[in-house]
Design a binder for this molecule. Structure first.
Ligand code: ATP
Ligand code: MG
Length: 1107
């Protein structure tokens, strides 16, 4: 059900009627009864169209919670039951989304809940608008300005424990997104008379009590105050304590709020100093003092208080004291000083206190504005909240009530203007014919008060400015003259004879018939209050104060700026500010909250019909309803209307496809609603009579019940059917699963049985086959065995037969051979003895030789010439043959070996062979030389640059180049020489530089001598008489003696074709120049290792010791 109806409506679950426009019948009683009924059900809000009536519940209701804020957020105005949040939301959204500046006008009498309402609006807007650190700070400052202003501007009155004693209009500024940017506060007419005097049962402004209760001792001491209310004349004593109000904790709240708003510490301090000074001013008392001229002059009784005030405010005490005793009047550049009597002194004191306080209050507002003002210059959207004193009708009504009621007249006027204008505009917008509505226009009353020539305020100003004696009575007289004929003005003295007998009107009073009722004003004090005089001496004294705040509060006290023109009167100031306010409000879209107070006792649950009736009357609420429903009581856009009632007609239920308006037309036609009862606007349906709407509502309710039953029926059917289908489906599923399971089981059983049977059969078959195969195999084996046996038998038989046959054949052959032999022997016996012996011997020898050679072939040694192996000789008779064969084989393999040599190798071996022939077994040095290859050129003459000269000198091929030792013939010592052998010569050269020492042609070499021992000494003997022989023979020694001697021998042979004589002997003669010396080789000790040593023994003997 709830789901089907997406949108709710104000009309749902309504207690009484939520919108007074729907009230039927409409009269004061039914109006009050409806409010009462709703009030009793805790419904404190009721609409008149878009106006919210709020009744003060005097107790906290759970309807301002964050959940409620969410509930009302972004909902249409008529969607939910009436609430201040609905109005706030509507205003905020049209400000944000439609760019329309808004104002919220909250009116009602004192204690009706205006200030609370304004705070609720602000907190709602703060809750729904944007968030973020900066925005939150702005919100917080805006909200915290309230406690500050309430502490200084509110007081307990008999009507309200927290009565606002000033009017407040606050513009909250938003950016295009709807985030708050800041605000501007305007204050109107603080009730400053309260500072010096309070009516019975009332209190001064809260702040005085808060300081005295909440400030620390230290702070009080600083302010020169005492924590005792009774010490201060300005504090009414009978109700210093208010039930349920904790002044001390409120003081802390205020100080905290001041800090949040942005007051500096020194500013806060100054503010409290001024408050203390005001409080202390009340304690200054005067006494009369007679003067010589017979007049009384006032004197301050106790100067202590004055002194403290001056210390607190930095005012020169004498200046202030004089200002309380004298008054200087300046006229035409003349200063006249007159003394003040006691009454005048008190007047001056009170005037100073009032001015000080009211200026402080205005300064506070300015200071707060400075803090909360928007920081940007972008275009702002504005929401104004006006919390201004409501209509006041007291027993004694004075100038203040007059001013307040004037303000309310003005508000009523714009209310009527705007409401009617709006209504008319809507009719025009919707294309509905406009019929003029009769309503009371209070412009005439406003004119009575504010008319520039004949208005009461103008006349009051005139009186105040008039020279001569001016009293309240002269003012009344003037009123009587000018306004007597006015319909709404009454006074005892008025010339209008109608009222002459009106004894209810005292002499010093006049009565105005306000739109909200008649109010009687006492003229007493009008002139004074309008003048609002503060003696110039006092303002100058204040300006001289050494206290920046006080100085700033009294700019007119500056003598440099002296202004002889009178300051504007209170009345004209107020008129001007009200005019500005009205102008401001007219540019904005108004939203009204009409606050009503249910009883005078500030008590919950009490609804005083008379009191409420009175308020309804003076707020003009009935009038309001009448205007609202002058044409049509109810209107609604087509879409929500069709949505709400579409179930009442078959064509529109459940869906209407066409435009909403056509749907509504069909609907109304179907329902048979008389044509005069409604009218179709462009976007809305207008219903003339609430009765029609209620009829629709009743029908809807009935239909909804039917529909609910239908839905329930269908739902139940659907639910049962769905359940049934679900069960059926489940049953099928379960059954199929069970069947499947059973079949599976059965199948598995059959399958396993089949497998068992199959395996048995297969086993049986296999065994049968096996048996058959085994039988077959046995048969085959048996056959094979039999065959084998048979074949064996056959073979053995055959073998036996063949053996028999062979034996027989052999026997035959033997017999035949024997026989043949016998025959041959018989025949050849006679020749045998002569030849047989030699033939057998030859045959045997041939056989042995054949065997010998075949075996030798197998046992041949390797082809290496040095292999000494040779097979052993088998038969003695072959000894020579065996040796010969060995020799032949050796020669053959040597030849084979030689055949492999190259020419160069052949040369080397030839040399080696030559050496062997010359020295083998002759010289002990020889065996060691066999393994050494003959190199010849041991010295690389051509490579070494040292021997270049030597190389150049020898152009033949060098056969030997070697370093030898030449033995000195004188002492046997050795010197190194290069020994060169070329094709034709033997050369000796210096080893160091290669210079040739001796050169001997080979033909001149006759002999070479050497020992048989293991030494390298040799002598080269030269031909006697030859050129070379003149120096004698050479005695040399070399490591390569064998090679050198061999090569010398071979070269000599090839060049001279003569064999060189090589003598090997251990003693030989050597020709040294003229002498012949014997060289003798002896066995030496091994003292010097293996090196032989040579020593000259005497002229004829050179001894060589060979180890
Ligand atoms: N909506 C509300 N819920 C609970 N209590 C309320 C509500 N509105 C007002 N009150 C109570 O009524 C008292 C008076 O309300 P409020 O101060 O707003 O009156 P007012 O119309 O501003 O009066 P004044 O003209 O004297 O300033 C509040 O202190 C509070 O106790
Ligand atoms: Mg208030």
């Amino acid at each position: 059900m709830a789901k089907m109806e997406v949108k709710t409506s104000l009309l749902d679950d309504m207690i009484g009627v939520g919108d007074m426009v729907l009230l039927e019948p409409l009269n004061e009683d039914s109006f009050i009864n409806n409010l009462k009924k709703r009030f009793d059900h805790n419904e404190v809000y009721t609409y008149i169209g878009s106006v919210v009536i709020s009744i003060n519940p005097y107790r906290s209701l759970p309807i301002y919670t964050p959940e409620k804020v969410e509930e009302y957020r972004n909902r249409n105005f008529y969607e939910l039951s009436p609430h201040i949040f609905a109005l706030s939301d509507e205003a905020y959204r049209s400000l944000r989304d439609q760019d329309k500046d808004q104002c919220i006008l909250i009116t009602g009498e004192s204690g009706a809940g205006k200030t609370e309402a304004s705070k609720l609006v602000m907190s709602y807007v703060a809750a729904v608008c944007g968030k973020g650190a900066e925005v939150n700070q702005v919100k917080e400052q805006l909200l915290q300005s309230n406690p500050v202003l309430e502490a200084f501007g509110n007081a307990k009155t008999v009507r309200n424990d927290n009565s606002s004693r000033f009017g407040k209009y606050m513009d909250i500024e938003f950016d295009f997104k709807g985030d708050p940017l800041g605000g501007v506060i305007s204050n109107y007419l603080l009730e400053k008379s309260r500072v010096v005097k309070q009516p019975r049962g009332e209190r001064n402004f809260h702040i005085f009590y808060q300081i005295l209760s909440g400030a620390s001792e230290e702070f009080l001491c600083k302010l020169k105050l005492e924590r005792d209310f009774s010490r201060y004349n300005y504090l009414g004593l009978d109700s210093a304590k208010v039930n349920g109000v904790d002044d001390a904790s409120n003081f802390r709240t205020v100080r905290n709020a001041m800090q949040i708003v942005g007051f500096m510490d020194h500013e806060t301090q100054s503010v409290f100093e001024v408050v203390a000074a005001v409080l202390k001013l009340g304690n200054i008392e005067f006494k009369p003092e007679s003067r010589a001229n017979g007049l009384d002059e006032s004197k301050i009784k106790d100067k202590n208080e004055l002194k403290e005030i001056c210390e607190l405010t930095g005012i020169d005490q004498s200046v202030l004291e004089r200002a309380f005793s004298f008054r200087t009047v300046e006229a035409k550049q003349e200063k006249v000083s007159t003394t003040l009597n006691v009454a005048q002194a008190y007047y001056a004191r009170d005037a100073l206190a009032k001015n000080l306080y009211s200026r402080l209050f205005s300064w506070l507002v300015t200071r707060i504005n400075e803090s909360i003002k928007a920081q940007t210059k972008v275009r702002k959207k504005v929401m104004g909240v006006l919390d201004i004193y409501g209509f006041e009708i007291f027993e004694d009504n004075s100038f203040e009530q007059f001013i307040i009621n004037y303000c309310n007249e003005k508000l009523q006027q714009i209310f009527i203007e705007l409401t009617l204008k709006e209504e008319q505009e809507e009719y025009i917008r919707e294309g509905i014919e406009w019929t003029n509505i009769e309503y009371f226009n209070n412009a005439i009353i406003c004119d009575l008060i504010e008319n520039n020539q004949t208005g009461i305020l103008a006349m009051l100003d005139e009186e105040c400015l008039r020279p001569g004696t001016v009293t309240d009575d002269t003012f009344l007289e003037k009123l009587n003259q000018v306004c007597a004929t006015h319909q709404h003005f009454e006074s005892r003295m008025s010339k209008c004879s109608r009222f002459l007998n009106d004894t209810s009107l005292p002499h010093s009073c006049f009565r105005i018939q306000h739109y909200a009722g008649k109010v009687m004003y006492q003229v007493e004090g009008f002139v004074d209050k309008n003048n609002d005089l503060l003696y110039r001496d006092l303002s100058q004294a204040m300006w001289k104060a050494n206290h920046s705040l006080i100085k700033a509060l009294f700019p007119e006290g500056n003598p440099a700026k002296i202004n002889l023109k009178r300051p504007p009167t209170a009345g004209s100031q107020f008129k001007a500010s009200v005019a500005t306010l009205m102008k401001n409000l007219q540019t904005k879209n108004p939203n009204y909250i009409r606050c009503i107070k249910p009883n005078d006792k500030k008590a919950a649950h009490i609804f005083n019909d008379a009191l409420v009736g009175h308020q309804i009357r003076y707020l003009g609420l009935l009038e309001n309803v009448r205007v609202r429903r002058a044409g049509y009581a109810f209107r609604q856009a087509y879409e929500p209307c069709l949505e709400r009632y579409k179930m009442l007609c078959k064509q529109t239920w459940p869906h209407w496809r066409g435009p909403a308006r056509a749907g509504v037309e069909v609907l109304f036609d179907e329902l048979g609603i008389p044509e005069e009862e409604f009218s179709f606007g462009r976007s809305k349906i207008f219903i003339r009579n609430p009765r029609t709407l209620f009829k629709l509502e009743d029908l809807r309710k009935q239909r909804l019940e039917d529909l609910a039953t239908l839905i329930e029926k269908i739902y139940r059917g659907w639910k049962c059917r769905t359940r049934f289908l679900l069960m059926k489906k489940s049953q099928i599923v379960i059954a199929s699963w069970v069947r499947r399971y059973a079949q599976q089981k059965r199948y598995q059983k059959i399958k396993s049985s089949a497998i068992i049977v199959q395996s048995y059969i297969r086993g049986w078959k296999a065994r049968k086959l096996l048996r058959e195969l085994k039988h077959l195999k046995r048969c085959n084996e048996a056959a094979t065995v039999i065959a084998a046996y048979w074949h064996g038998t056959q073979a053995r038989r055959e073998l036996k037969r063949l053996k028999e046959e062979a034996r027989r054949k052999h026997a035959v052959a033997v017999i035949w051979a024997y026989w043949l032999g016998l025959k041959v022997r018989r025949e050849y016996r006679k020749f045998f003895r002569a030849n047989a012996g030699r033939k057998i011997y030859e045959f045997t020898l041939q056989r042995l030789m054949q065997k010998y050679f075949l075996e030798m072939k197998k046992k041949m040694p390797s082809l290496s010439p040095i292999d000494k192996n040779w097979p052993a000789r088998p038969y003695l008779f072959l000894d020579s043959t065996h040796k010969e064969l060995k020799r032949i084989f050796h020669l053959w393999r040597c030849k084979k070996y030689r055949d492999q040599f190259t020419d160069q190798q052949k040369l080397i071996y030839e040399e080696k062979l030559e050496a062997s022939e010359l020295f083998k077994d002759k010289k002990a040095l020889y065996p060691a030389s066999v393994g050494q290859p003959f190199q010849g050129a041991y010295l690389e003459i051509s490579e070494n640059p040292k021997y270049k000269k030597l190389k150049d000198a020898v152009d033949e091929k060098i056969i030997i180049a070697e370093v030898v030792n030449k033995i000195n013939r004188a002492n046997g010592k050795a010197t190194s020489r290069i020994f060169l052998l070329t094709k034709n010569n033997v050369l000796l050269a210096d080893q160091k530089n290669g210079t040739i020492k001796s050169e001997v042609p080979l033909g001149d070499v006759t002999k070479v001598s050497m020992s048989s021992q293991n030494d390298g000494f040799f002598a080269v003997h030269l031909k006697e008489g030859s050129e070379a022989a003149s120096k004698g023979d050479f005695l040399l020694s070399s490591d390569h003696l064998i090679e050198m001697a061999t090569k010398l021998y071979r070269t000599t042979l090839s060049q001279t074709k003569q064999k060189l004589n090589i003598e090997i002997s251990d003693e030989f003669l050597v020709q040294f120049k003229q002498d012949k010396v014997c060289v003798k080789f002896i066995q030496g000790s091994q003292k010097n290792g293996n090196i032989p040593t040579c020593k000259r023994k005497n002229n004829r003997l050179l001894e060589v010791a060979v180890p």
